[in-house]
Design a protein around this ligand. Structure first.
Ligand code: FAD
Length: 494
């Protein structure tokens, strides 16, 4: 009962931020794009706290920044943390970036159902053929390359579509990521589990930080507190996967108990009821995050977003990595479709840059976890970089060690361990120098790890705002490619 296959330049699987970004950035160059999404939007998704690079960089390049601004999302100026040596909460504000003037020094806290629908509608508007309620079941491939997908339509009918490139943006539950080859490595260090739900309100931090994400460490792990609206707060507990928190048996009871066990968050929620508004009336659980693929492409197919990699959510990096990776992939695809550069060179550029960005966040997050000290706590003792086991160090070396970026190339496990410990100490010292209010120079930027981690995001923001980076972009490695003026394809640096 298969009908004749349709033909496209590109097929994107999944309509989340990664899929919508890849599809839009390819369609903006005039190519024919089919996007297949298995659900009907708006749909629920976790991952509500954004970074400025997504809002002012990617959204601007996609032409959707103004619409996102009009949606009325809570403005997020930064993060407030009860974390590390200091018992008092401290904040880090995007505005303290020494390189960027005020207009782009904020992000949003978003209801993902609304945010993702805005991005997907924008994809439609620029010409992407978006079809919801269509589930991709597998890919069409021969020895040479991937050539399309098999999918099931809204009425259960089997369909096929062919294209030069297939983009897997179908999230952490992707059923086709294995088609590019390689394996998914799960991190031991971030072996966490999250249980999360919503409250119908809650106290806000004092202005101007009332839109900040608040992350509070406690004995069993840490809690996020994200103000979405005056009458809606996202609250999630991140604890050890092995800890007997009772999450599997009774998620609702475990969630309430964990929220109560964190004094700062308990205080903010005193007298506030759980939300009864769908889809926020449920308590949900997610495990098995922090993983990456050893291969991110093969001829005819690329992985982006959670289908490719994901790292612990404490720094709100998920949507940034997803949309950034999707933009990198779109540049390679646009280059491949125009035939100006060799395909392997284009997609190696995508893979090297994406892995580099992921590796920076991974290392930064390991240092960030290492900062918190609680000698009694099983959770925090297991998250000291000095306790990282050989398998995890090997994975780390494989992840970042091969990169030709100067300070992240090491020879062996011992050197990698020393490197991680040094990065953690440096970050801890920088946070120790943080002023407890806004308005001063940001000592975090004196830490190399912090600077490097947010460097690509900053370049992306500048490109969105000014049409290009403040300083001429340089290739990430010798012989590498650089982004075109519109940010939509790669150019030879010479
Ligand atoms: P998704 O948003 O998962 O979209 C994938 C889409 O593909 C879905 O719509 C799905 O329906 C569709 N799909 C799946 N399979 C198929 C198929 N076979 N055919 C067709 N369609 C299909 N990130 C942040 O930036 N900030 C945060 O504060 C944050 N907090 C988080 C907290 C937790 C506990 C977790 C686990 C993650 C958090 N994240 C956060 C990460 C964020 O959720 C993800 O990184 C982000 O949603 C990835 O976007 P994506 O487009 O890759 O995938």
């Amino acid at each position: 009962k298969t009908v004749t296959a349709e033909d496209f330049d590109v097929i994107v699987v999944g309509g989340g931020p990664a899929g919508a970004t890849a599809a839009t950035a390819v369609a903006l160059r005039g190519h024919r794009v089919l996007l297949l999404e298995q659900q009907t939007f708006p749909r629920y998704q976790i991952g509500e706290s954004l970074l400025p690079s997504t809002v002012h960089g990617v959204c601007r390049i996609l032409g959707v920044e103004d619409e996102v601004a009009r949606a009325g999302f809570k403005v997020k100026r930064g993060g407030t943390f009860r974390w590390g040596r200091n018992r008092d909460p401290w904040q880090f504000s995007f505005a303290l970036s020494p390189r960027l003037a005020d207009p782009s020094s904020f992000a949003y806290q978003v209801e993902r159902s609304t945010f993702d629908a805005i991005l997907l509608d924008n994809a439609r508007r620029v010409g992407v053929d978006v079809r919801e309620n269509c589930r991709v079941m597998g890919v069409l491939a021969d020895e040479e390359r991937v050539r399309g997908v098999r999918w099931t339509g809204p009425g259960g009918e089997d369909r096929e579509a062919r294209a030069r490139y297939v983009v897997d943006a179908s999230g952490n539950g992707s059923r086709i990521h294995g088609e590019v080859g390689g394996s998914r490595t799960y991190s031991d260090f971030f072996r966490n589990i999250a249980v999360f739900g919503y409250f119908a309100g809650g106290e806000r931090l004092p202005e101007p930080n009332d839109g900040n994400i608040f992350c509070a460490a406690f004995e069993e792990g840490w809690i996020w507190y994200i103000p979405l609206r005056d009458d809606l707060t996202s609250v999630g507990a991140v604890v050890s996967r092995e800890a007997p928190a009772g999450i599997q048996r009774d998620p609702v009871a475990a969630w309430r108990r964990l929220v109560d066990a964190c004094p700062e968050v308990r205080e903010l929620l005193r007298g506030v009821a759980q939300s009864t508004e769908a889809p926020y009336d449920q308590v949900r659980v997610r495990r098995d995050w922090s993983y990456w693929k050893s291969t991110l492409w093969r001829p005819g197919m690329v992985l982006v977003g959670d289908a490719a990699c994901f790292v612990d959510p404490v720094l709100s990096s998920g949507v940034h990595l997803a949309t950034y990776g999707a933009l990198l992939a779109a540049r390679s695809i646009n280059g491949g479709l125009s035939g100006t550069l060799d395909e392997a060179r284009l997609f190696d550029e995508f893979e090297v840059r994406y892995r580099h960005e992921y590796g920076l966040f991974y290392e930064f997050l390991a240092s960030f976890y290492d900062m918190h000290q609680d000698e009694r706590s099983y959770f925090w003792k297991a998250r000291k970089v000095t306790n990282v086991g050989a398998t995890e160090l090997e994975a780390f070396v494989e992840l970042v060690g091969g990169l030709a970026s100067g300070d992240t190339a090491f020879d062996g496990l011992e050197e990698a361990g020393t490197h991680l410990a040094k990065a953690a100490t440096e970050l801890d010292e920088a946070v120790g120098r943080l002023p407890d209010s806004d308005g001063l120079r940001n000592p975090l930027y004196e830490s190399a790890g912090f600077r490097h981690t947010f460097q690509e995001g900053t370049i992306l923001q500048e490109r969105g705002l000014l049409g290009g980076p403040l300083e001429a972009e340089t290739p990430l490695r010798p012989g590498g490619l650089i982004a075109s003026e519109d940010g939509l394809t790669w150019l030879d640096a010479n």
